[in-house]
Design a protein around this ligand. Sequence first.
Ligand code: ADP
Ligand code: MG
Length: 696
Amino acid sequence: MAGVAEYFGSMVFDDKVMKERLSEDVYAALKRTMQDGRSLNLSVANAVASAMKDWAVELGATHYTHWFQPMTGITAEKHDSFITPAEGGRVIMEFSGKELVRGEPDASSFPSGGLRATFEARGYTAWDATSYAFIKDGVLCIPTAFCSYAGDALDQKTPLLRSMEAINRQALRVLKLFGNEDVTSVKTTVGPEQEYFLVDKDVFNQRKDLLYTGRTLFGAKPPKGQEMEDHYFGVLKPRVQAFMKDLDEELWKLGVLAKTEHNEAAPAQHELAPIFATANIAADHNQLTMEIMQRLAKQHNLVCLLHEKPFKGVNGSGKHNNWSISTNTGVNLLEPGETPYENAQFLLFLCAVLKAVDDYQDLLRASVASAGNDHRLGAYEAPPAVVSIFLGSELTDILEAIERGEAYGAKEKELLRVGVHTLPKFPKDTTDRNRTSPFAFTGNKFEFRMLGSSASVSYPNTVLNTAVAEELKQFADELGNASDFEVALHDLIQRVIKEHKRIIFNGNGYDDKWLAEAEKRGLLNLKTTPDALPYLVKDKNVALFTEHKVFTERELHSRYEILMESYCKLINIEGRTMVDMAMKDILPAVSEYSQTLCNTLLAKKAVCESIDNTYEKEMIEKVSKLSADAYKYAKDLEKVLNGAAKIEDVTALGVYYKDKVLTLMAKLREKADALENIVSADYWCFPTYGDLLFGV
Ligand code: ADP
Ligand code: MG
């Protein structure tokens, strides 16, 4: 294989290919579209489509697809071939501009939360020209947004693009006030660090729970877990290494900037971090990364688990969403500057994030809510369900000095005035990584750490972009009307710090004392998905999204319904899988095992009445009691699952699954796991945690 520099991006219709293959005019028109979001006229689209098709066919592609991200959480594609009948019964390969920019998938079975009336079940897809087309498995993939005929967003990309527009609009207004006349666009950047597990495929295939739900619903703790901390950054096992090598190659060909791969805290857990990109591209790339991880793992006879909590008692997987804002002139707006003016601008953007995270903590929490992630947040391995910001002690001290109108530090004599004085230097947070904070400032970006490993990053970033856009709008309104910009700026920053400092917390987020403190501060603690999701449609949040044209009220209600429904469906599948495994696998295995014990006991008695049979007797009693309990809970669980059919309201249904179903699932599991611990390995019905976690 050629060097990485040569094959990197070789399957991407990127800027280099465009320059080579498009005429100057067409190239310039396409670039304008990509930069300013203008629409492509048909003659340009035809020229681009034709060049794209030639390029793809040369690389072996026969089909094309509009690649999109419906609300199912995975990407969708419908392949159409390029062939068109030609004279003499032959075919030619064709691809028109119309086919490039717009598709009409029959998408009636994608979740729409009632947005698509049945008489108009079709939706359409539209090319997101800012994200390059690429070839995957011989198919030319065109990244697209997916909407209903009435224009309602049915996907993850549409709202993300709208939110990027919103923050662009408002950030430009603020930047103008600081005299940045050369800045014409502002984009948010995202670098999502992806955690995952790898398990052996043969072992995986023997577990119905993994097959049906992606997580283990039963499983006793193995004698060795992650307590030795010998896995984190440890030497890679050969099979894992081979997988990662293939993964890098595959991702690099697709232009995904996979940068670091290493072992994570739990056995069999790993992480991949890319170099950051513009938010919508990062979202596409993360989606591709997850897809390719899962496909390549199978080629190595492995299975890649992206579930947030595949194993009880072992760390789950998340996604760290590194986020910042940059100008087209290359300035990272969350990077502290050198001059008083640059510093003031940095502080204002920092304050916008502070205020946004405080005002919309409910939405941020809801943006990461899912059945899988509920097992992680607040479980002493991931941030708590309470949203707070880590700033580090130096930056916090500076903000406090500004708030109180005092000098900063012992050496400074003057009061710290924003826009007049240079900020004292403070070290970037590189060593002091507070890993327990849900939202940490790490020197020149924020790291939102509450995301689950399987989720799309689009939606959390949509919330973040929109919330910050709203605060920037308020700031621009206030500062734009001020008679003295500097005085107004200082007052604004001081006021925001005063009013929103409750969201700053630099301590240990895993500490229970923090939860009590957070409650005193009036911060929300939305523990589960049914607690968090309803905030999506609260008045203040509907106002936010409609004001910035990111979601209509209809779209928000549809999303709420889709998310809550999928929570319920998922738990229903989990519950049914548990009943199935208990009735068909666990209880029969236990029964067979106790028969052996009984036979032994009877045989002993037959040999001699006085022979000691304590072991057999006690085990028979124990096993019988536990299996009677497990049997009862399995029957109860089935009844409760059937009872769900009577509930129509989706909110009530979510609460029902959380309170009734999950509770019984936990009870059944406890009994079954206790049985696993005492039943002979020869009789146990599926591979254990030990086999799964240490089997590769
Ligand atoms: P580390 O955590 O190893 O110190 P970094 O903090 O540089 O490394 O990066 C962690 C992640 O944050 C990477 O995915 C990186 O690309 C991303 N990142 C770095 N800078 C930015 C930025 N300005 N915007 C968004 N993501 C960023
Ligand atoms: Mg990090």
